[in-house]
Write a new protein. Structure first.
Lengths: 415, 134
C-alpha cells in the first residue's frame, strides 16, 4: 500500500464546493449524497475534462495521423500510465481499459477462464461477493464443468480463514475475491490469501471496485494476478474502468472481444493479435470518459488515499455510533476501525425501501435493497438493508441529518 | 410530493392494520409470488362461491407500499365475480394508493395484483401492464 501521509489537514467541507451537484435541492432540502458505493459524484474539473475533449480534440485514437487524433491518443495513453503508477503496476501494458469492474471480471473469466479452467477444476470465491464477481464465474463453471467453493464470513462480517487451507486443496485454479465488501465495508486480507493461493498454484483475482477509491491499492504489495476497478466509483465518469493483469498472463491469454484495433494483421484465412494491452481493447474505446478518469485520479491523489481512508472511517464510525443509539437499528459488518466508509443497517422490521423513501424526503440519498449481493443478504437473514456510504464530499453534519431521518422513519412506521 | 402525501394516512393505516391478513384453510385458489429485488413476498388465498370471491386472505412480507396495496386490493375484490377481478388493472391499484410511484416502487405496488392475476387465471403472466423488466 502506498502510504501517502497527509501533509496537511484536508478541508473536506471545502472539497464539497468542487461538486456542482450539491448546488441543488431535493424535496426542498440540500442534497446529502450517501450512495458513493454505487457511484460517486463528479468534481467540476472532471466534467470540464469531458467537455474539453469534445470541444477541442475529439478524434478516434491510435489511427489518425492528424494533430487532434494524435492529441487524443496521447491523452488516452497518458491515463494508462497514470493508472499503472496509481496501482504500482510494472508497466502500462499491464493496464487494460474496460467499461468497468464487471466487464473486467468477464474478461478474466472468459479470456483466461475458458482456456485455463477445465472439468473437475475449482474456482474459489467468498460469500460476500458482489454479483459481478459471482455470476461470471458461475457461467464459466457451468460451461467448463468446474466447481465453485466459497470462503465463508463470520458473524462480524470478516472472512473466516480457518478452513482456507482445506478450501485450497485440490485442483484450485483461481481465487477471486473482493478487497472491500460493498455491503459490510470489510477490508479483506488479500495479500495473506494470495500467498496461500499461490503456494497451491492458484491465481488471485481482486475486485477493487470499492478498495481502489477508498484505500488505494498496490498490486505488487497484494501480489494479485488480476485486479478489476471502475472509474465512476472514484470521481470519474461512468462507462470506463479497467483490469490490471500480470504481463505474462495477459500475453498468454486469447482475446476477449474481436474487432478493430485488437489485431496485428487480418487475412480472410485468419488473424493475428495485437500486443497487450491493445489485444484486449477491441473497437472504439470510451476515449472521453477515460481521459476524464485521468483528471479524477489527479484530483483524488491531490487529497491522498491516507486522508480519504481516515475520513471515510471517521464518518463510518460516527454513523455506527449514532445509529446504534436508536433502538431497533442493527448495523452489519466489522467495527469501524476495520472497514471502509460503508454502513449497512436495518431498522426493526421496517422495509429498507420505506427507510430510504423517508430519507429521500430529507434530501438524503441512500441505497436500499440487496446491493447486488443476494447471497450475502441471505446469510445475514435479511431481504434488504439500507446502506449509507461516504466519500470525500461528505461531512459529519450529513450524518446528523441521516440519523434524524432514521428516527423519523421509526416514528412514522412504528405501530 | 411531500412525505405526508406519499405516506398518506390510508397507506399507513393499511400497512399497520392490513385487512384480510392471514391464510385460508383449503382455499379454492392460492397463489404466491416474490419480488427478489427488494425481498417482498406475498401469498393470496381465495374462497370462491358461485363464481364470486367469498373470502380472501393475504400474507407475506414487504414494504409499506406493497402491503398497503395488497390490503386495499383484497378489500376491493370481496364479493366480486372472477370476471370482475380479471378486469382490475394497474391503474385501479394506483388509484387505490393515490400516490405517484417511481419505477422501483411501482413493482412493490403491483406485486399483489400480479399474484392475484396469476391465481385467478391460473397461469403465469407478465407484470400487469408492463412489458419490459427494466
Amino acid at each position: 500500500m502506498k502510504t501517502l501521509a497527509p501533509e496537511r489537514p484536508v478541508d473536506f467541507a471545502a472539497i464539497r464546493k468542487d461538486f456542482p451537484i450539491f448546488e441543488q435541492k431535493v424535496h426542498g432540502k440540500p442534497l446529502i449524497y450517501l450512495d458513493s458505493t454505487a457511484t460517486t459524484q463528479k468534481p467540476l474539473e472532471v466534467i470540464r475534462a469531458l467537455e474539453h475533449y469534445y470541444r477541442t480534440y475529439n478524434a478516434n485514437i491510435h489511427r489518425g495521423v492528424y494533430a487532434i487524433a494524435e492529441e487524443a491518443t496521447a491523452r488516452y495513453e497518458e491515463v494508462r500510465g497514470k493508472v499503472a503508477r496509481l496501482l504500482n503496476a510494472r508497466s502500462p501494458s499491464e493496464i487494460i481499459f474496460t467499461r468497468g469492474t464487471t466487464e473486467s471480471m468477464n474478461l478474466v473469466s472468459n479470456a483466461w477462464g475458458r482456456s485455463n479452467v477445465g472439468p473437475g477444476e475449482v474456482i474459489v470465491l467468498t460469500e460476500m461477493e458482489h454479483h459481478s464477481n459471482l455470476v461470471p464465474w458461475q457461467i464459466l463453471a457451468k460451461e467448463r464443468g468446474a466447481s465453485i467453493r466459497y470462503i465463508p464470513f463470520d458473524g462480524k462480517g470478516r472472512l473466516d480463514l480457518s478452513g482456507l487451507d482445506a478450501l485450497l486443496q485440490g485442483k484450485v485454479k483461481i481465487v477471486s475475491l473482493t478487497h472491500m465488501s460493498n455491503v459490510l465495508g470489510t477490508v479483506n486480507p488479500v495479500a495473506e490469501i494470495a500467498r496461500k493461493a499461490h503456494a497451491q498454484g492458484a491465481l488471485v483475482c481482486v475486485d477493487a471496485a470499492q478498495s481502489l477509491p477508498h484505500l488505494g491499492v498496490d498490486v505488487r504489495a497484494l501480489d494479485c494476478d488480476f485486479l478489476a476497478f471502475s472509474a465512476h466509483k472514484m470521481l470519474g465518469p461512468t462507462g470506463t474502468g479497467g483490469l490490471y493483469g500480470k504481463r505474462a498472463l495477459l500475453d498468454a491469454m486469447p482475446p476477449f472481444l474481436g474487432g478493430g484495433e485488437m489485431i496485428r494483421e487480418v487475412r480472410l484465412e485468419g488473424s493475428t493479435w495485437n500486443e497487450i494491452p491493445w489485444k484486449f481493447e477491441a473497437g472504439t474505446m470510451n476515449i472521453a470518459d477515460t481521459i476524464a478518469f485521468g483528471t479524477a485520479i489527479d484530483y483524488v491523489e491531490k487529497i491522498g488515499f491516507a486522508a480519504i481512508a481516515e475520513h471515510s472511517r471517521e464518518l463510518a464510525s460516527e454513523t455506527m455510533r449514532r445509529l446504534g443509539e436508536i433502538p431497533g437499528v442493527t448495523t452489519y459488518g466489522p467495527p469501524a476501525a476495520e472497514r471502509g466508509g460503508i454502513v449497512a443497517f436495518t431498522l426493526d422490521d421496517i422495509h429498507a425501501h420505506d427507510v430510504a423513501t423517508v430519507l429521500d424526503h430529507e434530501g438524503v440519498a441512500v441505497r436500499a435493497g440487496h446491493h447486488c449481493a443476494m447471497p450475502l443478504h441471505t446469510k445475514l437473514g435479511v431481504a434488504a438493508t439500507t446502506r449509507a456510504s461516504f466519500y470525500v464530499y461528505n461531512v459529519p453534519s450529513d450524518i446528523a441529518v441521516l440519523v434524524e431521518g432514521v428516527r423519523k422513519a421509526k416514528q412514522l412506521f412504528h405501530r | 410530493m411531500s412525505l405526508d402525501d406519499f405516506y398518506r394516512q390510508s397507506i399507513l393505516d393499511h400497512y399497520q392494520n392490513p385487512r384480510n391478513w392471514g391464510t385460508l384453510e383449503k382455499p379454492d385458489i392460492t397463489a404466491s409470488d416474490a419480488n427478489p429485488l427488494c425481498g417482498d413476498e406475498i401469498r393470496i388465498d381465495l374462497k370462491i362461491k358461485d363464481d364470486r370471491v367469498e373470502e380472501v386472505r393475504f400474507s407475506g412480507k414487504g414494504c409499506s407500499i406493497s402491503r398497503a396495496a395488497a390490503s386495499m386490493l383484497t378489500e376491493s375484490i370481496e364479493g366480486k365475480t372472477l370476471d370482475e377481478v380479471k378486469q382490475i388493472n394497474r391503474d385501479d391499484v394506483l388509484d387505490m394508493l393515490g400516490i405517484e410511484l417511481g419505477p422501483v416502487r411501482l413493482k412493490c405496488a403491483l406485486l399483489a395484483l400480479k399474484t392475484l392475476k396469476v391465481g385467478v387465471y391460473g397461469i403465469q403472466q407478465n407484470w400487469p401492464g408492463e412489458e419490459d423488466e427494466g
